[in-house]
Design a binder for this molecule. Structure first.
Ligand SMILES: [Zn+2]
Length: 417
């Protein structure tokens, strides 16, 4: 443990800081990045007070700088003069350093994907507003995504380039080395060309109830633009997982050995009345995959959003079909935090810690990335090994990553030839 890490450890309990990572060191100084979570205190004075106290806790004469990240965290960079006794401490990563992360659920969406640009989203949501059917839907939408009632919320950037750049910046800042990214094919390709080592391209399909031609999917695959089939948002388009219209997709995934990402569970509350009118909660039932899995035994598939909140049926499916994985996307920042932790704990205690993969479901709100990571890092019921599994190891196994060099990650599937 280095000097700075010792200081962080002392400060952690009193100030709700976490030693994010050691970002630099030489023989005399080290620079650490620490985070102060002011979501719980929700007071500007608390942030500044914490920065002051961190300064006082530093050993010797140093300097520090502060930077607010989104609306959830403040980053404090500070330099610590190493004492002679610690001068030989190697510059290893901090204990709470999450290490490399694979995000299995990112979207390349434009700002008008869900309606007028600039929508606001809570992270986390605190409660689900009630709708009075006598009132216009616009009133409910304003309560949900116009001016939602919650302490911590993000407004979406208004331009596509800004969404992309800020998403890339957050991914890199948070040690994400690979991001499964889906959207329309052109937009995903634009992102991939900007960051070819970071973006593993997928395709967001099915949300309107129509499906792409198999010939077009083969063309994208041959061009290296389709390495994950999904997110398949069939539930939003009014299709159950066992809808016969989806059979050609499953057969193609099996033939080409492309992993499948399938949406299950939550969407915007009330979406059946204003957005995805075909959405039905029942079509998120994990047990509706059973016959599909048996018909396609070589298919690799993960259920996005862990089919929240249908935990009993999800556990039944995971137990009976050990090739199925899940991701934590959206539920790790969008749900009330206690509910996310309870749900994740239920899955882990049921024995599925090796089948849960980290995902964000970053759509239009790049600040969701550090919030989602933080909500897993702070889960007291997870061991550090389980956190490593969720952040990286389980996805590396599922996607058959063969080269773990972050700058040259390669996925061992035929789709990557
Ligand atoms: Zn989804």
């Amino acid at each position: 443990m280095s000097t700075g890490q010792m200081i962080c450890s002392l400060a952690r309990a009193a100030l709700r800081v976490s030693c994010k990572r050691l970002i630099g060191a030489d023989q005399r100084h080290e620079t650490l990045e620490v985070y102060f979570d002011f979501q719980e205190s929700n007071r500007e004075e608390g942030m500044l007070n914490a920065a002051e106290q961190m300064t006082q806790l530093r050993a010797g004469s140093r300097n520090h700088s502060t930077q607010q990240i989104g609306t959830g965290y403040m980053k404090i960079l500070y330099r610590t003069l190493l004492l002679a006794a610690f001068a030989v401490t190697p510059a290893t990563a901090a204990e709470s350093d999450p290490g490399p992360i694979i995000d299995v659920h990112v979207h390349a969406f434009g700002p008008d994907r869900f309606g007028p640009p600039g929508q606001t989203m809570c992270a986390p949501s605190e409660y689900w507003p009630a709708r009075d059917p006598a009132e216009p839907m616009s009133k409910y939408l304003d309560a949900y995504s116009g001016h939602p009632d919650c302490a911590h919320k993000f407004k979406a950037p208004l331009a596509a380039d800004e969404i992309r750049k800020r998403t890339m910046a957050e991914l890199k800042r948070n040690h994400v080395v690979l991001a499964v990214t889906s959207g329309d094919a052109d937009e995903v390709e634009h992102w991939r060309q900007q960051e070819p080592d970071l973006i593993l391209p997928g395709l967001h399909l099915g949300r309107t109830g129509t499906l792409p031609d198999i010939a077009e999917l083969r063309r994208l695959h041959a061009a290296g633009q389709l390495k994950v089939l999904g997110e398949i948002a069939a539930q939003n388009g009014g299709m159950a997982p066992n809808d016969p219209k989806l059979e050609p997709l499953y057969a193609l995934a099996e033939e080409l050995d492309i992993p499948v990402a399938f949406h299950t569970g939550l969407h915007a509350p009330g979406t059946a009345y204003f957005g995805s009118r075909g959405y039905r909660a029942i079509n998120g039932d994990p047990l509706l995959f059973e016959e599909v899995l048996v018909r396609h035994p070589r298919m690799r598939i993960y259920l996005c959003h862990s089919a929240w909140p249908l935990e009993e049926n999800l556990i039944a499916l995971l137990y009976a079909h050990p090739q199925v994985y899940v991701d934590t996307s959206a539920i790790d920042w969008f749900l009330p935090r206690a509910e996310f932790h309870r749900y994740l704990q239920r899955l882990v205690e049921a024995g599925f810690a090796k089948r849960i993969m980290y995902g964000t479901d970053q759509m239009l709100w790049p600040e969701s990335i550090p919030i989602a990571i933080k909500n897993i890092e702070t889960a007291k019921f997870l061991t550090s090994e389980q956190k490593r599994d969720i952040f990286y190891n389980n996805a590396a196994r599922f996607f058959r990553i063969t080269d773990k060099t972050p700058s040259a990650l390669r996925v061992g599937v035929s789709a990557n030839k």
